[in-house]
Design a protein. Structure first.
Lengths: 301, 406, 406, 301
C-alpha cells in the first residue's frame, strides 16, 4: 500500500475552516502530520503542528514530506498543488470542492509529468481504519478489516462504511476519488492498487451518475481484477441535466446528442452487470453481497 | 451556465470570429428601427437546441412580414421556454456549412477539438464525418491545423478554419468554458467564413472568477441554466408528497432512489452540500439545516419530510437540537389570532409536515450524551419519527406518505 | 519600447494594481482644471530614469505654486530630454517603500521576479537587499509568495505583495514585456499598497502583435525608444566624416570597430539587415542597398562612404550593378540649371561622397562573369575605390577621410 | 558529431521566401532533405521535395525525420517548433529572426523536457563543409578542414570562414547559435560538442556585445576544453543601449544599474583573456592565430 502510518503528511490550508477542524483530528488518529502551510500564518503553531508560509519552508524545517492534504479555497487549489509538486511531494489529496476544470487539466498534466498521484478534488480523502486519516472521513464509522471502499462521494461512503462496520466487515481502506467533473486518480488506478494490497480481500465500488468512470471500472475489473467487487450506483432517479451537488454527478445533455448513452445509472449498472459484478439495489445490500463474495473466496481456497 | 446565441456571438466578436451583422429585438416594434438590410433571419433566443425545426427561426423580406414573424416567435415556446429576446440577423448565402467545437473530455481530462465538413442542421446524420483532436499539451495552432486536415480541408481553408479554431480555443481557455460550438460555420463561394450560429457554456464552478459574465448571470432564467445555485429545493415529481432534506450529492441521490424504489413520490429535495466545500463548518451546517427545514416546510405539497443526514462535522444531538428548534419556532406561530391580519392568516397557520428523521453524526453510537436523550424525547413528543437505519427511514417515510395520499 | 510613467500606470490599472489618483498635464494651464486635491506631485514624463534627483519631480500645495512648478518642469531637460507631458498625482504618505520587478534573464532564459524592502530612490545603496526568484515553469502564485518570503515579509503583507507581483507577471507574460518595475511600491501605515512609480518596457520584436500599444508607438520619441526601427542611419560621432553601409549586425559592428581602430571617425552607419529575416530575398536586399546608398549620401557630413557587403543572397556583380545605378542617377542630377528652382539649388547639387566598396557575394571568387568586369570598370571610372580585403577597405576609407579632414 | 549527411532533414516554411531559396541549395549541397512543410501547400512538390500541410503527414509519408530547419515568420516559429517536437523531431534549427522572447522561453522549456536541441533563432544554421547545409551559410565560402567555427552572427561568420579558407584553413563545421536575445543552444554546449568531434582540431569563437555568452564560454573553456580556441568580439565601438541589428547585440542599460558591467566588449575580451584565450584584434588576425595554435599542437605531439 502506497499509504501507511509512515507517510509524513502536510496540510495545506491548515488555517482554513475545514483544515483547522480536520488537522487535529488527522493527527489524533495517528497520521504523522509534520507541518501545516497557510501563507501569512507562518511561524505559528496549531495544536502542536508547526505552520509555515511556504511548502519549501516546511520541508526545510521538518524534512521530506510524502503527502499533502489540500483544504485551500477552490481557486487556490491549482497553485497549492503545483507548489507541493514543485517542492517534490508526490502524493496530493485535494479535499476542496469546485476546482475549475481547466485548472485541473493543467494540474493533471503537471502531475503526469512528475509522476504525482492526485486524489480529488472534492474528495473526502483516504482513511486506513485504525492507522491513518488523509482527509475528512468520520473516523468513528470505520473499523479495520478486509474490505476496500472506492467511491466518488463523501457522506454516502460514510454510510456504507458504517453499514459494513455494523455487519462486522471492517475496511482495509476508504478512498474517495472525488466528486468534481475532472479528477485525478481513477477507479481503475485504485482497483489495481487494492488488487495488489495484501490487506484487501474484497472491494466495494460506490459510483454515481455522470461521466464514464463506472463503465471504465467495469471493463477494468473484467480484464484485470481477480478480487471480488461489489458495486452500488446512486442517481437512478436524478433529474437529467441538473446538478445535484457534485459537478461530476450530472448527466450531460450530450454534445450533438452524439455517441452512446453514457453517464446514466442504467448505462453504468449495465456495464457492471455485463462484467459480472454484483450491483447492490440499496446500501444495506452491500454488506450481504460482500459477505457472500468472501464466503465464496473461502470455499474456493 | 449557457449563453444565449446573441451573447455567444458577442463573445465571438471580441476575439475576431466573424459573425453576421445583427440586432437584438426585445419587442416586435423594435423591428421598425432595424438598420440591417432585408432579407433577414429572426431567431428565437432560447437555451434549448433544435429551435429551427420547431419554427423558432424565420426568414423575412420586409418590415411587415418581420413584425408578424417576430410576434409569432415571441409567442412560440420552444420545449416550454418562451424567448425574452429575438436576434435579427442579415441572411447569408453560404456554399458549405461546417461544424466546429471545443469541449472538455472528462475521461481523458483534456480539451478536445471537434470538426466536421457536414455541419448545420444535419450534423447528426453525418456523425461518421465528425473529427476530433485531443489537446494533449499547452495549445498551439498546430492542433487546429491537425483538425482541419482530418476534416479533409486543403489550400487556404486550412489556415482560415484553423484560425477560427484557435480563437475558439482561446475563448475556451481564458473564459473557463465547458463548451464553445459554431454550427454552422458558413463558407461563402468566395471562401469567406462566418459563424452563423454559436453555443457557449461557461463552467459553473469558474463563474465567480469570470467577472465578464457577471452581468449575464442575472439575465438568465435562474437556476435552470445555472445549476450551481444551491440552497434552493429542486422539484422532482409535481404529484409527489415527500420532501427530502439530505447532505451530500451521493447520499441525496441514494435517498431519492430508495424512496422511489419503495413506491414513494418525492416532490422536492434539498441537498445541504458536501463536507468538502471550502468554508464549510459545523456552525454553517447547522445554519443550512435550519434554513433547509424552513424552505421545505414552506412547500405546501411536502406532506412528509424526510431529514436524512450523515456527517462527520456534527454529533447527533446538535442536529436533533436544530430540528427541535425548528419545531419549537413553528409551534409558536401564530402567537394569537389578534396578531394576524386576515390576508396572512392562511400562510401563517402552523403547518409542519410529518417528519421522519435519521441522523448519523460524528461518533454516532459512541457518545450517548444526556442531551441527546433529552432532545430525542422532545422530538418524539413532537410526533417526529426518529429512525436508526436508512431502510427504516425510507419505509416510514413512504408509509406516512401513503396515509396522506389516501 | 519604453512606456512613460503615466502609460505604465494606465497599464497597471487595467490589471488592478493600485495607483494614486492622477491627471495628465499637457500644458501649465491644465493645472487649473485639476480635480485631484492638493497637495500633489508634478512629475516630468521622460524616458530617462533618475529624474527625481534632477528636479523632475516637485511637490506643491496650491494652484499658483503648481503652475509655476509645471512651467519649470516643462523647461527642464532630463539628460537632454524635455517632457511633452507631466503627471499630476495625489501625494501619498507611505511608511515603507518596496521595489518590485519582473524581467527576463537572458542567461537562464527564464523570467525572474525581483523584490526588495529597500525601494525608492536609494535602492542602489541596498543592492544586498535585492531578492530574486526564477520562474522555472509556468507561473503560479507560489513563485510570488517565495519572493515575498525572501524579502522577509510576514503576515498579511505576504498575500498583499504577492498579489501585486502576480498582476505584474500577468502583464509581463500577456503583453510581451522586457521589464515591468514598480519602484517604489508604497506601503501606508494601515497596510495599503500603492504603485507610486512604474516602468514598463515592451519587447520590440513583439510590438506588432501587441496591438494595444499601437497608439503609443506614435507617441514615443521615434527610434530613441524603439530601437527596432531599421532602415534609418544611426549617428555615431557627430565630428566624423565616414559613413558605413553594411549588412548584418556582427559585420557592421566589426566594420565600425576596424574604422575606429584605424583612427577613422564614423559619423553614421546603416545596417541593411541580416539574412535571417523572414521575407528577405535577393531583390529586397538590392532595394535596401539602393535606398541605403541614397540615405547615407544625403547626410552631408558623410564625406567617405564605405560600402561593405558580405552575403549569400546575391552575386558580386548584382551588388555592383546597384551601386553603379546609384552613381548614374546621382550624376544625372541636376539635369539643367533651368529645372532647378532657386531654393532647391543647393540640396540638388551633385554630391557623391568618395566611395570605398568591398563586395563579397554568393560564389565570390568562383564566378568571374563578363558582367562583373564591366560593372567594376564602370565603378573604377566613377572614382569608386573597389577593394578585395576588409583590411584594405578600412585602410582606404580612413586614408580618404584624412584627405577630407585636412 | 550529432549532425551528418545521414540526417534526414525537413524544411518548415519551404514556401516562405527564404525557405524557397535555400531548400534547393541545401539539397544540392548534399543534405538529405526528405520533405517540406507549408500549411496550405500540401500535396505539391518543390524541386522534387514533397511538400505537406503538417509535420505528421510528412513523417507518415517519408518516414522518420531527424532535423528540421525553420523558415516561417517570427510569430509562427513557436508553433512550428512545437509541432516538430510533438512529432518526435529532436533537432530544431530556427533561421528566422525576431522571435518574441517569451515564445522562446516556452519553446525552450518544452525542448528541455523533450531533450530537443534548438539552434537559433536568428541563426544562419549549421554547415559541415562539403557534406551538409542546415541553414543559409553561403556554401562557397567554406572548405573542409580542421577548424570549427561557433558564432552569434551571420555575415561576419561568412567573412571569417572565407578568410580561413583563403588561408588554407578548412572548417569542420560552422555553427551560428543565433543573434536574438533568447536562443537555444549555447556556446558551452557547442564547445563541448566540438571538443569531442574528431574532425575538429581548433575552435574559432565569434562573439559580440550583449548578454554573457562569451563570459560563460570563457569560463567553460578554462574548465573543460583542451582544444585551442581563438576568439573575436564585435562591437567595441557600438553605441550603448542602441540596437544595431541583432536583438541580442545590445548592451542593456542594466536594471537599476546593478551588478557588474557585463555585456560590453571589454567585459567579454577581459573574460577571454583571463581564460588565456587569444582574442583577435581584427578578423584577418584569426587565421594567423589559428595557424599558430595548430603549429603549437603539432609541436606538443
Amino acid at each position: 500500500m502506497i499509504f501507511s502510518p509512515h507517510n509524513r503528511v502536510l496540510v495545506q490550508g491548515i488555517c482554513e475552516p475545514l483544515g483547522a477542524v480536520y488537522a487535529p483530528i488527522m493527527q489524533a488518529y495517528g497520521t504523522d502530520l509534520v507541518a501545516g502551510v497557510s501563507a501569512g500564518h507562518g511561524s505559528s503553531d496549531f495544536y502542536g503542528i508547526p505552520v509555515f508560509d511556504l511548502v519549501d519552508q516546511a520541508i526545510d524545517q521538518v524534512g521530506a514530506i510524502d503527502t499533502t492534504v489540500i483544504f485551500v479555497s477552490p481557486y487556490a487549489v491549482l497553485d497549492a498543488a503545483l507548489e507541493a509538486i514543485a517542492a517534490g511531494i508526490h502524493q496530493v489529496i485535494i479535499v476542496t470542492e469546485g476546482v475549475p476544470p481547466l485548472d485541473m487539466v493543467r494540474l493533471l498534466r503537471q502531475a503526469e509529468a512528475t509522476e504525482t498521484l492526485v486524489v480529488g478534488p472534492n474528495s473526502a480523502g483516504i482513511i486506513i481504519p485504525g492507522q491513518l486519516l488523509l482527509g475528512v472521513h468520520p473516523t468513528s464509522f470505520y473499523t479495520p478489516g478486509p474490505v476496500g471502499i472506492i467511491s466518488r462521494n463523501g457522506t454516502l461512503t460514510y454510510e456504507v462504511a458504517m453499514q459494513l462496520s455494523q455487519a462486522g466487515l471492517g475496511q482495509s481502506i476508504g478512498v474517495c476519488i472525488g466528486g468534481d467533473a475532472i479528477i485525478g486518480s481513477s477507479f481503475p488506478q485504485w482497483l489495481q492498487i487494492l488488487e495488489e494490497d495484501e490487506h484487501t480481500e474484497a472491494i466495494v465500488l460506490i459510483g454515481e451518475i455522470g461521466g464514464d468512470s463506472e463503465e471504465a471500472a467495469a471493463h477494468y475489473i473484467a480484464e484485470a481484477i481477480d478480487k471480488p467487487v461489489v458495486a452500488y450506483i446512486a442517481g437512478k432517479n436524478a433529474p437529467k441535466g441538473r446538478r445535484i451537488g457534485h459537478a461530476g454527478a450530472i448527466i450531460d445533455a450530450q454534445i450533438l446528442e452524439l455517441g452512446p448513452d453514457t453517464g446514466t445509472a442504467a448505462s453504468k449498472i449495465n456495464a457492471l452487470r455485463r462484467a459480472r459484478i454484483p450491483v447492490a439495489e440499496r446500501p444495506s445490500q452491500i454488506p450481504t453481497l460482500v459477505e457472500k463474495a468472501l464466503r465464496k473466496l473461502v470455499k474456493q481456497a | 451556465m449557457d449563453l444565449l446565441e446573441y451573447q455567444a456571438k458577442e463573445l465571438f466578436q471580441t476575439v475576431g470570429i466573424p459573425i453576421p451583422p445583427s440586432q437584438r429585438i426585445e419587442r416586435p416594434k423594435d423591428i421598425k428601427s432595424l438598420t440591417i438590410p432585408y432579407p433577414i433571419a429572426l431567431k428565437s433566443q432560447v437555451y434549448i437546441g433544435g429551435r429551427g425545426r420547431m419554427g423558432g427561426i424565420r426568414f423575412v423580406e420586409n418590415t411587415i412580414d418581420a413584425i408578424a414573424a417576430a410576434q409569432s416567435i415571441f409567442n412560440l415556446p420552444i420545449m416550454g421556454e418562451y424567448p425574452k429576446v429575438l436576434l435579427a440577423e442579415a441572411k447569408y448565402e453560404v456554399e458549405q456549412e461546417f461544424y466546429l467545437a471545443v469541449i472538455l473530455n472528462r475521461s481523458i481530462r483534456r480539451p478536445v477539438l471537434l470538426g466536421s465538413v457536414k455541419g448545420g442542421m444535419n450534423v447528426q446524420q453525418h456523425v461518421d464525418q465528425m473529427q476530433h483532436v485531443v489537446v494533449e499539451q499547452d495549445f498551439s495552432p498546430y492542433y487546429a491545423r491537425r483538425l482541419t486536415i482530418k476534416m479533409g480541408l486543403s489550400g487556404d481553408l486550412i489556415e482560415a478554419v484553423s484560425s477560427i479554431v484557435e480563437k475558439m480555443y482561446h475563448l475556451f481557455a481564458t473564459k473557463d468554458l465547458d463548451l464553445v460550438e459554431i454550427n454552422p460555420l458558413g463558407i461563402s463561394s468566395d471562401g469567406k467564413l462566418i459563424a452563423l450560429d454559436g453555443k457557449v457554456s461557461v463552467n459553473d464552478d469558474a463563474l465567480p472568477r469570470q467577472t465578464a459574465f457577471a452581468g449575464l448571470i442575472g439575465d438568465s432564467d435562474g437556476d435552470e441554466h445555472n445549476p450551481q445555485q444551491t440552497g434552493c429545493p429542486i422539484t422532482l415529481d409535481p404529484d409527489g408528497q415527500i420532501g427530502i432534506l439530505c447532505n451530500g450529492a451521493g447520499l441525496t441521490m441514494t435517498t431519492i432512489d430508495l424512496i422511489c424504489a419503495a413506491g414513494g413520490k418525492p416532490v422536492s429535495f434539498l441537498n445541504l452540500g458536501s463536507e468538502t466545500q471550502a468554508g464549510v463548518s459545523a456552525s454553517l451546517l447547522k445554519e443550512r439545516l435550519a434554513q433547509g427545514l424552513e424552505q421545505l416546510a414552506q412547500i405546501k405539497k411536502v406532506r412528509v419530510l424526510l431529514v436524512h443526514l450523515v456527517t462527520g462535522l456534527l454529533p447527533d444531538d446538535e442536529m436533533a437540537e436544530v430540528i427541535a428548534g425548528f419545531i419549537r419556532r413553528r409551534s409558536r406561530e401564530p402567537r394569537g389570532i389578534s396578531e394576524i391580519r386576515p390576508d396572512t392568516l392562511i400562510t401563517h397557520t402552523v403547518r409542519i409536515p410529518q417528519m421522519v428523521v435519521r441522523l448519523v453524526g460524528r461518533s454516532h453510537n459512541l457518545e450517548n450524551t444526556g442531551n441527546e436523550k433529552a432532545v430525542n424525547a422532545y422530538l418524539a413528543a413532537a410526533q417526529v419519527i426518529v429512525v436508526e437505519s436508512l431502510d427504516d427511514a425510507v419505509a416510514q417515510t413512504v408509509a406516512q406518505a401513503r396515509k396522506w395520499a389516501k
